[in-house]
Design a binder for this molecule. Sequence first.
Ligand SMILES: [Fe+2]
Ligand SMILES: [Fe+2]
Length: 125
Amino acid sequence: MNDDIRLGVESIDTKHDEFITILSKIKTCKSKDFLPLFLDMIEHTKKHFSMEEEIMNTTNFYDKKEHFDEHETMLNEMLYFYEKAKKMPLFGKSYINDYAYEKFKRHVLNVDSQLTMFLKKKGNL
Ligand SMILES: [Fe+2]
Ligand SMILES: [Fe+2]
């Protein structure tokens, strides 16, 4: 996970760095810590998304509907895999190991980047 996904808006980059830290912890944790850390990741994502949504609301971001929708989809997906992982740990592990980061990175590069570009243009960091 060494890709450069920094967008140049500190509050948002910090949330993204924290997410990556939690994700790497889950990847290497002991089995008993898997679900609690997975839940931490979900809680962190809720805060991360609501922070971005607040920025979009206060700055009247032109594309907020699509961005909000994608947040909802991503969060629902995480919750779905978390619930599945309770009964089928391997299912949860494969989501964490093979899918979660790619999904996150795609959102940052395709969706969050539009927001940060907008904020920079507005001079609203
Ligand atoms: Fe984000
Ligand atoms: Fe976002």
